[in-house]
Design a protein around this ligand. Sequence first.
Ligand code: SF4
Length: 452
Amino acid sequence: MALTGIGILKMLPKTNCGECGVPTCLAFAMKVAAGQVDIGACPHVSDEVKEKVGEASAPPIRPITLGSGDNIFEMGGETCLYRHEKRFEHQTGIAVLVRTDMDEDNIAGRLQRFNDLRYDRVGLELKADLIAVNDSTGDEGAFTSLVERVRNECPDAAIILMSDQAGCLAAGARVCGDHKPLLYCATKENSETMAEIAREAGCSLAVKGETLGEAAEISEQLQKAGLKDLVLDTGARTVRAAFEDQVAIRRASTKHKYKALGFPTISFTCEMTRDPLLETMIASVLVAKYAGIIVLSDLQGDTLFPLLLERLNIFTDPQRPMVVEEDIYPINGPDENSPVLITCNFSLTYFIVSGEVEGSKVPSWLLIKDTEGLSVLTAWAAGKFSADLIGVFVKKSNIEDRIKHRNLIIPGYLASIKGELEEELPDWKIQIGPREASHIPPFLRDWQAESN
Ligand code: SF4
């Protein structure tokens, strides 16, 4: 059961020394209880207390890490049923399947698409995360050489090794070395053998039951045997069963602290249908409802991109707007005669506006004012994008040292503050820009033509 702040305070020295970076032990205890700091930040607590508090404050779904170095894939660590309660910690991993019985074109195409299908969006790279290598022929040599090929050709992919042959999984894990793969899978029949391989290789192990109940049973046995890093497959291969199992697992672990199901999940949409569009629809349901990893039969841009966007929307922290830094951003190589635009630091606004400025080919300066991630009108309504604040920002930004003119283009939606802004910046001429970002290119081209 989770400890309260007062429960944690009882275990602290209560000297209020502040060495943890928090002024009092009570404030520190409250932060630990809220999951905002680690108990280890207090240098004066014993290992026993660290272990006790660490266990009590561990998330109900165990965090699992695959891969190595900069190329890790993290899953689990979830604490809530609904995103608005706090946030979802780790986004659903998108995997593509390759099998040893596939022909060369199929394998090469999938690996190529894994590397090629990457999209920049609001400063993030959206892409698939994992490759599931399936030993469909029982040939250890073919399996290990395919694993080796995946490691070489797709170095940033986390790997799922799939085989019912213990020897093949062990050999595949050796090929992966310290780039820790997920081993798939332990069943009722082979769980002891697979547990031994996972323990020796230091890898996470997927558990597959024929039903949700059987997956829980195997999970309990493996935990008793000392395995901690598990991933659950309930055997569901229809969208309805998969959906129900995902919800049951999340509810049982987060609401009822049922430890047998306190692990992230893996779903095989590649085994649910042969229709690529239907598969994407099923995957979109499971992205929304708790899947830790989804294994797709293939990757195609027209279906992967919307799936990645859905994932981005669901796994963005609702309490923390995505922002870019307050700064001067030069676009298209501006000089002292280039126009100066200003907008807010909501990252979506920044990327749309900067994209349109870039597309205009007009060298420009883009001033980004910190509005705490609020969009233009919301920030203005909240008093974070007002004339006085913009005035102070423009003066301290030193943009005046980089340009000869004194023209500032403000967003069309801020037309009402033009007069106030002219009072704040008496040396500047305030120009009202377009309301819509898509109108920026012709606006800038006209601006350029008029100033020449
Ligand atoms: S370092 Fe430890 S003892 Fe000192 S204030 Fe923080 S919690 Fe209290």
